[in-house]
Design a protein around this ligand. Structure first.
Ligand code: ZN
Length: 244
């Protein structure tokens, strides 16, 4: 979903502007689309009423808008969904029951065990399994690439060859990155950065990731060129040396 208003006020967190993140069409990168910054967005809505008044309201739909949710001062547009249906309560329940665990809803041992079991039961590549909503809900393309790099795991490794220990680590890392994302409002996947580097990373997507959108650039760890390939009809970025 794409939310308006999208720009953070000057008094926003860390003082950064978010213009670079709000590229129409680049849904998964957009600060204005669901990925990480859920809590932050709710906070942003209150700050941005002043901005709204200066523009025509409501804004014209852009792209393939299938659903629009509109209030007096906010709009959420659903664009280009894989599936789009109106469901009754039972239908919603059935969809939710099919979904894998989401650590923002439940990071307890049962959720972890469900993830580990569902991930490892398939001979498909681990990079594919992480994008299966029945295995884990909502990782998305940015986090898939980044989590696998952080684990130094080959995306083509058959998921059944992932050890229980490794699977638990993937789950824990996903929970950690998701919490950072929700807290900062950015899909920040590099941690342990010094203050300056951290600020740069928050302000600029290019400084925020290990491998995502870095094809052809030297790996931050080993200087091997980052590879881009299609996996599960989505672009996958990885380092063939660190993730050999
Ligand atoms: Zn590398």
């Amino acid at each position: 979903m794409h939310f308006d208003p999208t720009t953070a006020s000057a008094g926003g967190r860390m003082g950064q502007t978010n213009q670079q993140g709000t590229v129409v069409g680049a849904h998964e990168d957009s600060l204005a689309s669901i990925g990480a910054p859920r809590r932050t967005r709710l906070r942003m809505a209150e700050q941005e009423k002043v901005v709204d008044a200066l523009e025509s309201w409501p804004p014209e739909p852009i792209g393939q808008v299938r659903v629009r949710l509109l209030t007096e001062d906010a709009v959420a547009d659903l664009r280009g969904p894989t599936a789009c249906e109106v469901l009754d309560d039972a239908g919603v329940r059935a969809v939710l029951d099919r979904l894998g665990p989401d650590p923002q809803l439940d990071d307890g041992p049962e959720a972890e065990a469900k993830f580990v079991e569902r991930l490892r039961k398939s001979g498909k590549a681990v990079g594919l399994q992480l994008m299966d909503q029945a295995v884990v809900a909502g990782i998305g393309n940015v986090y898939r690439a980044e989590i696998l790099f952080r684990a130094r795991m080959n995306p083509h490794l058959p998921a059944k060859q992932v050890t229980v220990e490794q699977a638990r680590d993937l789950w824990a890392d996903w929970a950690r990155l998701l919490e950072i994302g929700v807290t900062t409002g950015q899909m920040m996947t590099m941690d342990d950065l010094a203050d300056d580097a951290y600020r740069a990373a928050l302000a600029n997507r290019a400084d925020r990731h290990w491998v995502y959108k870095r094809e052809g650039l030297p790996c931050r760890v080993c200087r091997t060129h980052i590879v881009l390939e299609e996996m599960g009809n989505r672009k996958l970025y990885w380092c063939p040396r660190c993730q050999a």
